[in-house]
Design a protein around this ligand. Structure first.
Ligand SMILES: *Cc1c(COP(=O)(O)O)cnc(C)c1O
Length: 224
């Protein structure tokens, strides 16, 4: 292994305050990198491609908690439903319904986060604050007994301006508080704020993150 995964993982973990969990984003990295992190005690790993995740899940220890962190196509839900620990980037009612349907078939309840779109970039994915309010005020999600909405996830703009990045995390935190009060005041599990990646996680933890998703800093650059 030409990258010191164990050492990098420890360095990251040492900087995280109590109450902030680490998702080690292992997409495009081989199983032995994951095992190096696992040997240090890391158990939550993030992947964003269903086929890659399927292979790793089959091969790696059963007590790994897999988080799906990328955009998930509706037709892929059935493959991960039996074992996925959290689906982090739900951005439509349609996807939420399909997760519910597949989770029911497996006799499970699947934890999910709703993905916010706040960054200025024109990415296709994520709910704008208006979309988020529409989805929640619609109320259908309350009937989906096999999904449990545990919080919000977002990616800040990919810019150098730390003031802008901090402002986006603050916006997300304010929206979280608003939505928590309005829809989830009786739901203690609605507590996760998944923001912060390799380039911006120190800012994220200073601005309300409870879960950081870090790949490159731990595993080195991805080879696509
Ligand atoms: C790849 C990915 C990450 C990790 O990014 P790094 O910059 O390598 O830390 C985090 N979140 C999501 C949604 C990703 O797709």
């Amino acid at each position: 292994m030409d990258y010191n995964v164990s050492q990098q993982l420890r360095r990251v973990v040492d900087t995280l305050p109590q109450g902030v969990r680490l998702v080690a984003v292992s997409k495009y990295h081989p199983a032995d990198y994951i095992m190096a992190a696992y040997a240090e005690g890391q158990r939550i790993f993030g992947e964003s491609h269903e086929q890659e995740l399927r292979l790793k899940h089959a091969q790696l220890p059963a007590d790994i908690e897999w988080h799906f962190v990328g955009h998930l196509q509706t037709n892929k839900v059935k493959y991960i439903a039996p074992y996925i620990s959290m689906i982090e980037a739900v951005d439509s009612l349609r996807l939420l319904r399909e997760i519910d349907r597949q989770a029911a078939k497996c006799g499970r309840t699947i934890d999910v986060l709703l993905e916010l779109h706040i960054a200025e970039e024109t990415t296709k994915y994520g709910l704008t604050p208006a979309d988020l309010h529409l989805l929640l005020s619609g109320g259908e999600w309350r009937q989906l007994a096999h999904v449990r909405i545990c919080g919000l996830m977002m990616m800040a703009s990919n810019v150098d301006d730390e003031v802008q990045i901090a402002r986006e995390f603050d916006q997300a935190a304010a929206l979280f508080a608003e939505v928590k009060e309005r829809y989830f005041s009786d739901a203690p599990w609605f507590c996760e704020r998944s923001w912060g990646m390799s380039d911006d996680y120190p800012i994220a933890v200073a601005h309300g993150s409870t879960m950081v998703r870090i790949g490159t800093t731990i595993f080195g650059p991805r080879v696509y």
